[in-house]
Design a protein around this ligand. Structure first.
Ligand code: NAD
Length: 506
């Protein structure tokens, strides 16, 4: 136990012990083994981290750095990720159960790409905009300035620790803010390590990390009087608490929450393409992705043939140790979550769904302590069932039958969520028309999870608000100031003032 690596807090550029001295085990979900111990902060630690962030903000070095200089630092962040990719990949797999395939081919390239995109975007971001002059005799000119919000509190979920870290820290930095990050207490190691590595290129106090649970650290952050903005990624349930807490000090708040993505399969779709794509949509990261395609809406005319193809292909997906390059589906992130997902499968069956493949725990040789579930397809689901309404966050596809396109659109939109949606068809005109009807922040045609780091991502409805990725994400971390300058010194000629000083100049 004593040889396990320790992951402390990062405050003011230093590895810092938590005030109360508490550490918690970090568990590898593929084996159940403890892989390290992470500091568990509390409100005192949040105060210390906020003070460091406020000090760095007031010190002005970061917020007043010219965008071209800040761009170089953001490039250095991207290089730091790439130079330390191997270590970060191992940490990501160890703490979150990410597959090697995902960490190597998705996480690290996307994280580095995002930092580089931000490094470019910051050079041309409209930090100052001149408004068009009005016709003479104009006495004043107007500019719009975009200024950093101040001290940002960033709270992330456990499913993609490095990506979510970068989606928040990157744009907050690009805008000139200082910040306190709280990673998920379930998967903190890769985030703490990346923050530690980035200290080499950032001024002290700009990026601070306080790991800990929601009740101790999350509440302290969202209620903190000296945090100006919260950016939160997590469940809609906790998002509601965060939004309520932010209201107490009128903090700015953006929320990236859950989803229940519907994929609409039109009768003309290529069924082989759909079978493979719809399973990729739901099984990526073992279904633990907010924008997964978890409801598949299938037209009567192709319903049974598509189910057959889904069952065949689902049975070929390799469930295994995430560190094995052949693995397609890894474990659930925790034992509690494993039980929750199994509970959903049972509720679907009890409600009348038909299991066409999977449906139970999976055993993986060498990972007997892990939390694996068989990739599962439930057919004959209705949109009223819990498995169609609630976010399962596991490798479980709910297949729903429809008879005409209006019905499909109604079912797709009949959800509290609105994060992602998809359309499977060979008719791109039809796809455009259906895309217009779908109430979701991302709509994909004939694929899923297509996310460019320079395109906006975020939710409609109870999937949250605000957009991450690309230059759009910088917008969430700035205040907007209108600056209007008078170019008239003679008080008698200041037109507006005549409203009060009616006798001036007569
Ligand atoms: P969660 O809501 O349980 O926790 C998210 C974070 O909030 C964690 O860091 C947690 O410690 C913290 N937290 C808990 N209570 C808090 C409180 N009272 N105040 C402040 N913070 C608190 O979510 P999770 O289980 O970690 O992640 C899964 C959820 O995240 C899913 O619903 C998924 O859809 C969502 N998610 C959304 C996106 C997106 O971009 N929309 C991305 C990833 C995950």
């Amino acid at each position: 136990m004593t040889d396990l690596p320790l992951y402390p807090l990062i405050i003011n550029g230093e590895r810092t012990e938590p005030a109360a001295g508490h550490y918690a085990d970090v568990i590898n979900p593929a084996t159940g083994d403890c892989i390290g111990r992470a500091a568990m902060g509390d409100a005192t630690d949040v105060d210390r981290a906020v003070a460091a962030a406020r000090g760095a903000f007031e010190q002005r070095q970061w917020r007043e750095m010219a965008p071209a200089e800040r761009s170089k630092v953001l490039y250095a962040c991207a290089h730091t990720v790439m130079q330390n990719a191997q270590e970060l990949i191992e940490l990501e797999i160890g703490c979150s159960g990410a597959t090697l395939n995902r960490a190597v081919n998705l996480d690290i390239p996307a994280v580095a790409d995002l930092w580089m995109n931000l490094a470019e975007a910051v050079k041309t971001y409209p930090f100052v905009t001149n408004q068009s002059p009005r016709p003479l005799p104009e006495q004043w000119h107007s500019q719009v300035w975009k200024e950093p919000v101040g001290v940002c509190g960033l709270i992330t979920a456990w499913n993609f620790p490095l990506l979510l870290f970068s989606w928040k820290v990157g744009p907050a930095l690009a805008a000139g803010n200082t910040m306190v990050l709280k990673p998920s207490e379930l998967t903190p190691t890769s985030s703490i390590r990346l923050a530690e590595l980035l200290q080499a290129v950032l001024p002290p106090g700009v990026l601070n990390v306080v790991n800990g649970d929601g009740a101790a650290v999350g509440d302290a952050m969202t209620l903190h009087p000296d945090i100006d903005k919260i950016s939160f990624t997590g469940s809609t349930r906790v998002g509601r608490i965060v939004q309520t807490n932010c209201a107490s000090t009128m903090k700015r708040c953006t929320l990236e929450l859950g989803g229940k993505g519907p994929g609409v399969v039109l009768p003309d779709a290529d069924l082989d393409m759909v079978a493979q794509g719809a399973l990729w949509a739901v099984y990526m990261n073992a279904g633990q992705a907010c924008e997964s395609g978890t409801r598949l809406l299938v037209h009567d005319s192709i319903y049974e043939p598509l189910l057959q193809k889904l069952a065949e292909r689902s049975g070929q997906v390799v469930v295994g140790n995430p560190a094995d390059p052949a693995t397609g589906v890894g474990p659930m992130a925790t034992e509690t979550h494993f039980k929750r997902v199994m509970g959903y499968i049972e509720s679907g069956i009890a409600d009348g769904a038909r299991v066409i493949c999977g449906g139970g725990p999976a055993s993986v040789p060498g990972c007997e302590g892990g939390f694996f579930i068989q990739p599962t397809v439930l057919a004959d689901v209705t949109n009223e069932m819990r498995v169609a309404r609630e976010e399962i966050f596991g490798p479980v596809l709910a297949v729903i039958r429809y008879s005409d396109i209006d019905e499909a659109i109604r079912i797709a939109n009949d959800s509290d969520y609105g994060l992602s949606a998809g359309i499977w068809t060979g008719d791109l005109v039809k796809a455009q028309q259906v895309a217009r009807e779908l109430r979701a922040g991302s709509v994909w045609v004939n694929d899923w999870h297509m996310m460019r780091t320079d395109a906006p991502f975020g939710g409609y409805k109870q999937s949250g608000y605000g957009r991450e990725l690309g230059a759009w994400s910088i917008d969430s971390y700035v205040e907007t100031k209108a600056v209007q300058m008078s170019f008239e010194r003679n008080p008698l000629r200041k037109n507006g003032q005549r409203i009060v000083h009616t006798r001036m100049g007569q």
